[in-house]
Design a binder for this molecule. Sequence first.
Ligand code: GLY
Length: 394
Amino acid sequence: MTETLSPHIRSALDLIAKKTLEDETTIGAAFPYVTHPDGSWDTMSVSVSAGYAGEAWSHGNWFCGFWVGLLLTSYLHTGDEKYLKLAADRMVLVEERAGDGNTHDIGFIFLSSAMPFYRITGDERHRATALRAAEKLRSRLVVTDRGSYVSSWGPMTDPRGRAASAIDTMANIPLLYWASKEADDASFRLSAEEHAKMTMLSFNRDDNTQFHAVEYDTATGDRMRGYTYQGAHDDSYWSRGTGWAVMGLAVTAANSGNVDYLNQAIAISEKWFGALGDKAVPPYDYDATGDDVPEDSAASAIMAGGLLDLADLHPDETVATHWRGKAELLIKGLCDGYLATEDGHRGILKHGCYSEPHKIGPDAAVMFGDYFFAEALNRIAFPGKFIEKYEKLG
Ligand code: GLY
């Protein structure tokens, strides 16, 4: 139970505990991913994997682990065993995906579920599941003349799958770092660090904005093109991508001991906050034009999580305090202006944007936004209890 929290943190955790319990009685065996315009959840079966239908790419269900993470958050907050039981029953469904080699999202699925489940309960079953998933993620490593990267989208037997890399993968590599320590196997860590290096080389533009995705020449490692899937256009500044990158860079700094990765994270964060101005939430893409450009609250939740990592790790206390303050401001802004406190809206954070170009949850609660918001709250409310992606730099 949490006795001494700031009121806004406590209220947000209360809301998560209330809504997950209520929704467990209505969502059935599927998992929530975006809210409909009326505020009800759209759900997806756990077994929907990623893949191409003709030329069209679909991410499939990469949300199922996040739901388990919300139940585990609620367990830590309330101490009520029924959340643990619900999470365990859901986890049986999620485990099926630990052998799914189609997508980098296997990282998201298991670092939000099996990893914290093992940390909270010590149950070896979850450790084994997370390690199995990490092996699949590592098997996506593509070794080129210029470096190596973990490919993102599609089976490795499909040339499109091998060549594709997304900035989002940076937030999946913590599963590899965790596995490296758990299995005492440096190949996981080396794969993750290579990926981080190659990503910053190929995705980051001179002005410290990033491409959403890159197509590589799989032999030379040259960038064939930078492009977008969920952003406004191929050269645009997709606001969620920077948070994914900061998460990956911070964890890479911790696991390699190289502070330069934190400096890269700071440079891209400064650019992001410069574009944000005095708001708490950015547009889904800083380069989107027109009327009614959707915001993306998930981008702020993810950025807050990445900045908490950065602040935890930075050896200079003044710098660390600055970035912790930025993270806390984002979280306060989300709590003050974006919480779905009304019963009719089933998400936690309003005004997330899954994909404006595809019109999937363009202005909705999105499961990954809710989860990474909860992960950041966990970090503040229960330090070290939910997830530990790194040890602090010495
Ligand atoms: N696939 C991760 C994202 O939508 O940000």
